[in-house]
Design a binder for this molecule. Structure first.
Ligand code: UDX
Length: 433
């Protein structure tokens, strides 16, 4: 199959690269000429394990190319994927679809009859209808299919997720759309990843429902963690105790400082807006969003109370800044709200993150960025683990004790065993236990 992928962000670049790795002929298109130049010379704009070598091997094999020019890729394509950003619109939380609609309008004049246009970006219900309408506006007589194929990959595990998905959701209004998508995904289908075919609107909604449900699990277990602290129970016991019930499932039941990232915060908000627009309010999702917003701020207060009720003039070492490990992504990271709260209360911040410091520096002011975990701890009054990078899972407690002014470890990701840490002479504060 010949595939054109519009947008080389996270989803576009990973999907395009993996499709080429399946053996398809893929051209990735982006307006950003500097990004396209970088990709052509093998430089990857994001940190994602395994992506660089996969881009390079497929580019070498001639199956993966990059261009800024739609005219170079769209006319030959059997399928044109739209994988541009859909950020939250400033002010109202609706998904901003201007990039999606611009892509539809710009590609329209180059589309060959019989092409399948596929939205891979996360888009609200009805976006596919509008994409079709826009294409028809430019090319009234064009024979074209518009399908939806949401992507469920996670940052940091993107290639593995793309190649071994739990399922592939395709939403089509005609047979051709479904046939072309089944052909594109055939290698995965053979690997036994089930294809769930449905209407275009159904597929669009499935993506939001999945993200909102996962966010619900997280906010739920975070509230249970708060209750555990009050009643003297361990939230990890509860997670295991409920998660082994197959109807519940053990994933996404890790209590922590709240979810962040490029998807959950924006997608839950966009789903709420859709619910309001259609007069079908989603009250559970509303609560999930509110709990998560509160949580990020309350984590700052948790650190303050662990440090004796005041951080005025004190130094706090922050280990981990990104919203989760194995990414350099700082979008909606809990670290932002936590650091802000601590700074508002007079603390100085020394921080270290294995990949995210450049991105963090653009969003935070007054933070001292350090070149390693132990240098961040140097002279600090307490250490706070905000992101569970592997590099923080086996810290040398003797070295920590030497570096810190007071041996206090606040573990917002529950990656340590209390007895071990306390046995080393530390005060240990964790989440829900
Ligand atoms: C998510 C979805 O998992 C993915 O299917 C979708 O395509 C995009 O959004 P991603 O944002 O990359 O992926 O990260 P994910 O691993 O899902 O984590 C999201 C956030 O939830 C992180 O901040 C993480 O720390 C938090 N989280 C996750 C928890 O706090 N507890 C958990 O048990 C799981």
């Amino acid at each position: 199959m010949r595939i054109a992928m519009i947008g080389t962000g996270y989803v576009g670049l990973v999907s395009g690269t993996c499709f080429s790795d399946f053996g398809h002929d893929v051209v990735c298109i982006d307006k950003d000429a500097a990004k396209v130049d970088a990709l052509r010379s093998g430089r990857i704009p994001i940190f994602e394990p395994g992506l660089e070598s996969l881009v390079s091997s497929n580019a070498k094999a001639g199956r993966l190319r990059f261009t800024t020019d739609l005219a170079e890729a769209v006319p030959q394509a059997n399928a044109v994927f739209i994988a541009v950003g859909t950020p939250s619109r400033r002010g109202d939380g609706h998904a901003d679809l201007s990039y999606v609609y611009a892509a539809a309008r710009e590609m329209a004049e180059y589309l060959a009859p019989g092409t399948v246009v596929v939205t891979k970006s996360t888009v609200p219900v009805g976006t596919g209808d509008e994409v079709l309408r826009i294409i028809r506006e430019v090319r009234p007589d064009l024979d074209v299919s518009v399908a939806s194929n949401p992507e469920f990959l996670r940052e940091g595990a993107a290639i593995e997720d793309f190649k071994h998905p739990d399922r592939i959701v395709i939403g089509c209004e005609d047979e051709r759309g479904e046939q072309v998508l089944r052909e594109i995904y055939r290698p995965l289908f053979l690997n036994k990843s089930p294809i769930v075919a449905m209407s275009r609107r159904g597929a669009e909604l499935t993506k939001y429902a999945a993200n909102a449900f996962l966010a619900t699990k997280i906010s739920f277990i975070n509230e249970i963690a708060d209750l555990c602290e009050k009643v003297g129970a361990n939230v990890q016991d509860i997670s295991r105790g409920i998660g082994l019930d197959n109807r519940i499932g053990s994933k996404f039941l890790h209590a922590g400082p709240g979810y962040g990232g490029s998807c959950f915060p924006k997608d839950t908000l966009a789903l709420l807006k859709t619910g309001q627009d259609y007069e079908a309010p989603l009250r559970i999702v509303e609560a999930v969003v509110a709990v998560n917003d509160n949580r990020k701020r309350s984590m700052g207060r948790k650190v303050i109370s662990a440090m004796g009720g005041s951080v005025q003039g004190k130094t706090v070492a922050i280990l981990g800044l990104t919203f989760k490990p194995n990414t350099d992504d700082m979008r909606d990271s809990p670290a932002l709200a936590i650091i802000q709260t601590l700074q508002d209360n007079g603390a100085k911040i020394q921080a270290y993150d294995p990949e995210g410091m450049e991105q963090a520096a653009a969003l935070l002011s007054g933070v001292t960025f350090c070149d390693g975990a132990y240098s961040a701890l140097e002279g600090a009054d307490a250490a706070v683990i905000v992101t569970e990078w592997d590099a923080f899972r086996a810290l040398d407690f003797a070295r920590m004790k030497q570096a810190l002014k007071a041996p206090i470890l606040i573990d917002l990701r529950n990656i340590y065993v209390r007895d071990d840490v306390e046995g080393k002479g530390f005060t240990y504060i964790a989440i829900g236990r």
